[in-house]
Design a binder for this molecule. Structure first.
Ligand code: NAD
Length: 498
């Protein structure tokens, strides 16, 4: 164990404490395998106490004037800016991604806080005067209540910040259950929110894995659940939450296709493809994991991909010259290697083999590229969530769009082309919610929703943007009749008497 390994705490009703179950995980730095922290899981009682603390804090927080709630977000924004380097380093240490990627992640999280600062405008309702004689109608937004947030390991800072600022500024209280593999950033963000002046109990943090999530889902005092993670878990969280009448948004996995047309600027397109497929070591729900070479471009595409992939430098994310860090755990690395072996057995051509690359101590797997992958192979079908890119060859744009649309997932897709007509065809027909044109990672900014389709999303209202505000609020429509008692008399001439 590293000398500086810290014990991660939970936050319940404003009190930092050691979680109460017997289960303890060692949290390794994926670049070295060295233990950097220990995580005790929360007990069922801890989860219960956290939900009750959130319930108790709810009435006063919901009644706190909206501009005052927004002020907490302004202070949080300042604190996040001030501590950006420290937060980025924390992401790199617990997740393994490069410092540049971690800085980008924290920045994207801050953008949601900036959105939340606009709460007085975002939360405005609508009204219509005189919908009938003497009657007006207005729509007013109220918070939902206690929200549970469950987040994944791959964006330990950004995904919690997709949820917490918007949920809180809308007047909800929150119980966060971060990934048991990356609990450090979430705990630090909670500390900063306390420093920003958040009252006790408004944000609570519990730890653990499935049992803690099950306890949150079963709890009658939890009104809404925001979940981000893998497809199978998103699907079951959605079903379990909805079955007990909770409002749920559950963001799942992905298999994002990147179409390269034969009129594209090949070198620049491949640079974007490489960053999409191998950025964050491929552990990104917006990662391009299938490159579709359309028409005559395929041979040149594969050659350029292999050339650029082999130039990526693997290493610890803290070193400035590193292009790609490790994957999250040794078991994940082994699973990915098993996928690579199965891909070879299925007949795909392994043209860049990342096995054995990178420093021996960490959980490294180099960029791996398969050519001649077909839709009957697991390589095409399944989300592998690592630095493995599959190349599919398609005759024309129709076949390419057919392949992409036959994926069960629908998170993101991109086209690389110099033809406006091809781009338009793609924009209209691709069945995915986040599309890129000559962009490899089509991530919406905070003021737009994060729109997965098909098995990449379960629910109705997406995270961030106006969708996020609508998810975390319940509208009331109020119809009022107010007429002056003497109204009819006003039409009569005054002072004459009858
Ligand atoms: P995961 O599903 O293993 O875990 C996500 C969260 O759910 C964690 O907090 C975990 O403790 C909890 N969990 C795990 N198993 C559970 C179970 N059986 N019941 C209840 N809760 C459970 O996901 P991960 O490996 O941490 O993250 C990677 C996945 O997240 C990938 O599939 C990726 O595509 C997806 N992801 C999606 C988006 C998106 O916006 N769609 C964003 C980021 C990550």
């Amino acid at each position: 164990m590293g000398d500086n390994a810290i014990a991660v705490r939970s936050l319940i009703g404003g009190r930092w404490a050691d979680p109460g179950s017997e289960h303890v995980d060692a949290i390794p730095d994926p670049a070295t395998g060295e233990t950097i922290a220990t995580l005790s899981y929360s007990s069922e009682n801890d989860v219960h106490d956290a939900v009750l603390a959130a319930r108790q804090a709810f009435p006063a927080w919901a009644d706190t004037p909206v501009p005052d709630r927004a002020q907490v977000m302004f202070r949080l924004k300042q604190l996040l800016e001030r501590n950006l380097e420290e937060l980025a380093l924390l992401v790199t240490r617990e997740n393994g991604k490069t410092l540049a990627e971690s800085r980008g992640e924290v920045r994207r999280g801050i953008e949601v806080v900036e959105l939340a600062c606009g709460a007085p405008t975002l939360l405005m309702g609508t009204s219509l005067d005189q919908i009938a004689e003497g009657i007006d109608e207005e729509l007013v937004r109220f918070p939902v209540g206690v929200v549970a947030g469950v987040t994944p390991f791959n964006f330990p800072s950004m995904v919690p910040l997709w949820m917490i600022p918007l949920a809180l500024v809308c007047g909800n209280t929150f119980v966060h259950k971060p990934s048991q593999r990356t609990p450090l950033s979430a705990t630090r963000i909670a500390e900063l929110l306390v420093e920003a002046g958040l009252p006790d109990g408004v944000l609570n943090v519990v730890h653990g894995a499935r049992e803690s999530v099950d306890a949150l889902l079963a709890h009658p005092e939890v009104d809404a659940v925001s979940f981000v993670g893998s497809e199978a878990v998103a699907r079951s969280v959605y079903a379990a939450g909805a079955a007990t009448g909770k409002r749920v948004q559950a963001l799942g996995g992905a298999k994002n296709h990147l179409l390269v047309m034969d009129d594209a600027d090949l070198e620049r397109s491949v640079t974007a493809l490489i960053s999409s497929a191998f950025g964050n070591a491929g552990q990104r729900c917006l990662a391009g994991s299938v490159a579709v070479g359309v028409g005559s471009v395929a041979d040149a595409l594969v050659e350029e991909l292999v050339g650029q992939a082999e130039r990526l430098r693997l290493g610890p994310g803290v070193e400035p010259e590193t292009d790609m860090g490790p994957v999250i755990r040794e078991e994940r690395r082994k699973e990915l290697i098993a996928h690579i072996e199965r891909g070879q057995q299925a007949g795909a051509r392994l043209v860049a083999d990342g096995r054995g690359a990178g420093p021996a101590e960490g959980f490294f797997l180099g960029p791996t590229v398969f050519d001649r992958v077909t839709p009957d192979m697991a390589l095409w079908r399944e989300e592998l969530f690592g630095p493995v890119l599959s190349v599919v060859r398609a005759r024309d744009i129709d076949e390419a769009i057919r392949v992409l649309n036959s994926s069960p997932y629908g998170n993101a897709a991109s086209i690389f082309t110099t033809s406006g007509a091809s781009a338009r065809e793609f924009k209209r027909r691709a069945e995915a919610g986040m599309l890129g044109v000559n962009i490899g990672v089509a991530a919406p900014m905070a003021f737009f929703p994060f729109v997965g389709w098909k098995s990449s999303f379960f629910g109705d209202l997406h995270a961030t943007g106006v969708d996020g505000v609508r998810f975390y609020t319940r509208p009331k429509v109020i119809t009022s009749r107010w007429t002056l008692p003497a109204r009819l008399d006003h039409s009569k001439p005054e002072g004459r008497g009858h």
